[in-house]
Design a protein around this ligand. Structure first.
Ligand code: TYD
Length: 199
């Protein structure tokens, strides 16, 4: 049986981590859960660097670090799991780079897409959930600030608009979900889609 590759995207605090965890728990042994950046020994080290706002990093360097972590994750974890027929559930994937680095950092979505095609060997998700949440609601959810959250609302607004465009350009792959609702309701909708596609 062929595997299924499911990713969660959205602005910070939209609930991706919660939803990815709930989906993994619901699928049990069929699921392999990963997070980005991270998921491999190198990826976790890169994650620490990327999250540390005291380390100076250019947009280009940032893009390449995300891509390097992603390359390892695809080769070491995602492809082998898909080959074994698993459902891979990823908390963020390449669309995060298109939205944050391509749009948010202003490098251009096309160039970041091309770097990421190289990094991933063109592996695309089968389903991408866009967890949609108003930026005011997202800010109210609170949480720890990192390099990206420090940048404030304008970056988040650019990221939100970029996701919106990506979802419109590829409606086959993207599923929009209203993330302002209780987690259990969001999860029920996610499950309905995954079960429908996996059947
Ligand atoms: P993450 O740990 O998912 O943060 P959160 O739990 O707050 O969503 O990701 C850390 C930050 O990295 C997040 O602000 C988004 C950013 N990011 C990018 O800018 N590009 C990328 O390719 C990825 C995967 C994440």
């Amino acid at each position: 049986m062929a595997g299924l590759f499911v990713t969660f995207e959205g602005v910070d605090r939209a609930g991706k981590t919660t939803q990815a965890g709930m989906l993994r728990d619901a699928l049990g042994d069929r699921a392999v859960a990963v997070r980005e950046p991270g998921g491999t020994p190198l990826g976790e080290r890169i994650r620490e660097v990327l999250k540390d706002s005291t380390i100076e990093l250019s947009p280009v360097g940032e893009t390449l670090l995300f891509a390097a972590a992603r390359a390892e994750l695809v080769q070491q974890v995602i492809r082998p799991a898909l080959d074994a027929g698993k459902v891979v559930v990823s908390d963020r994937y390449l669309d995060s780079s298109l939205a944050y680095q391509g749009e948010g950092r202003g490098l251009g979505v096309d160039v970041v897409a091309s770097i990421n095609r190289f990094a991933t060997g063109e592996l695309e998700p089968d389903i991408t959930f866009l967890l949609e949440l108003d930026l005011t609601d997202a800010a109210e959810r609170g949480g720890e600030a990192d390099r990206f959250e420090d940048e404030g609302r304008s970056l988040q607004a650019q990221v939100r608009d970029a996701y919106d465009r990506l979802a419109r350009e590829n409606p086959e792959r993207w599923r929009r979900i209203d993330a302002a609702r209780p987690a259990a309701e969001v999860h029920a909708e996610v499950m309905e889609v995954v079960v429908g596609v996996a059947a």
